[in-house]
Design a protein around this ligand. Structure first.
Ligand SMILES: C[S@@+](CC[C@H](N)C(=O)[O-])C[C@H]1O[C@@H](n2cnc3c(N)ncnc32)[C@H](O)[C@@H]1O
Ligand SMILES: [Zn+2]
Length: 334
């Protein structure tokens, strides 16, 4: 059920090398009875670039372009942890609708890009509400997303590709969301500026990102450690994160219960998660996942929301709004 490229996805694709919309020449080494492809190649009929389809996912990045192997590792290891449907909480659903400001009923029948999907926590929510989701990630987190969202069948299409060079045709999408990704790319402004081009007129955009500001001062130990950690292997960062979480989690958990004192948690160098919907074991697992995310990411380029809004304005986007960590816009009707 899971590992095949749905032929419908081919209608959305364009060559990321020459950007022509000529259909790909599709070579299937293995396909299903319904024609969906498990493995094979896509060859651009214009520039002759060849892209692999492996495990049912078209791959538009080579190993050396993937600077996010830490994310591939973390999303495979904790694939189900943040998926509401599989973990018995509603944290991803709550965050998706709070951050996008879209209503659940508005998603039905929409074609939506999940830009930097990770393990697919939000793709799973959007598909469950009737959207068709194109889920894209640069790392092999995309394999985790494919496994997570297989249950939605044709509602989710997975692609391994970079947001800085997307293999998509312009103006095919009703909406784009990009949650927790922009700051982890080498050129956040380029991502902010590129995604609107895939929206249809009237299409909506929601960005969530790390805000620049006070956090860098509060998290002084984190940023001191990050002078080194992006250069370490995933296994060393995992060992460091396990050590820090083992040391500090019991303390942050106790502090989190005391309203005026819990601010202290911001100085402690773990990404502590204490939410009443989660068991203590799950709080510890989320904390370890998020702590590894902090230390393992190659890039962490915090953004000023006013700058993100200005970039969207300058593109001619309408209804641009922003507040710390969030920005929204609509593509103008012609
Ligand atoms: C912190 S994770 C967030 C994942 C998901 N959006 C979520 O909130 O659970 C950031 C994700 O962005 C992906 N990413 C980073 N740079 C990317 C790029 N240039 N193109 C596509 N994905 C990228 C990483 O591989 C990683 O899975
Ligand atoms: Zn081409």
């Amino acid at each position: 059920m899971s590992n095949h490229v749905r032929t419908q996805l081919l209608d959305y694709l364009a060559c990321p090398n020459c950007e022509t919309e000529t259909p790909f020449d599709v070579q299937a080494n293995a396909s299903q009875d319904d024609g969906d492809i498990v493995s094979g190649t896509l060859t651009c009929q214009s520039c002759q670039c060849v892209y692999q389809i492996r495990d049912g996912i078209p791959r538009f990045v080579s190993l050396d372009q993937d600077y996010c192997r830490n994310f591939g590792f973390q999303w495979k290891r904790w694939r189900t942890l943040q998926i509401d449907r599989l973990s018995g909480h509603s944290l991803s659903t709550d965050r998706f609708f709070a951050d996008s400001e879209w209503s659940p009923s508005s998603l039905e029948g929409k074609v939506i890009l999940d830009a930097g999907c990770g393990a697919g926590r939000f793709a799973d929510v959007a598909a469950a509400h009737g959207a068709t989701v194109i889920a894209v990630d640069i790392s092999d987190a995309i394999d985790a997303c494919q496994e997570t969202t297989a249950v939605h069948g044709e509602r989710v299409h997975c692609l391994q590709a970079s947001l800085l060079n997307l293999p998509l045709r312009p103006m095919i999408l009703d909406a784009v969301y990009c949650m927790g990704v922009i700051q982890h790319t080498p050129d956040p402004a380029a991502v902010v500026r590129s995604l609107p081009s895939y929206l249809k007129p009237g299409g909506q955009l929601a960005y969530n990102f790390y805000e620049e500001g006070i956090w860098r001062c509060l998290q002084i130990i984190k940023y001191a450690l990050r002078l080194i950690t992006p250069h370490l292997s995933v296994s060393k960062n995992l060992a460091l994160s396990q050590f820090l979480v083992g040391l500090f989690f019991p303390l942050t958990r106790r502090l989190a219960k005391v309203p005026k004192v819990r601010i202290i948690n911001h100085f402690i160098p773990i990404a502590s998660v204490h939410n009443a919907q989660l068991s203590t074991d799950d709080q510890r697992a989320w904390t370890l996942l998020d702590t590894l995310d902090w230390y393992g990411a190659r890039y962490e380029k915090r953004q000023h929301h006013e700058d993100v809004a200005t970039q969207l304005h300058d593109l001619g986007m309408a209804a641009v709004r922003s507040r710390p960590g969030l920005a929204w816009a609509t593509k103008p009707e012609k």
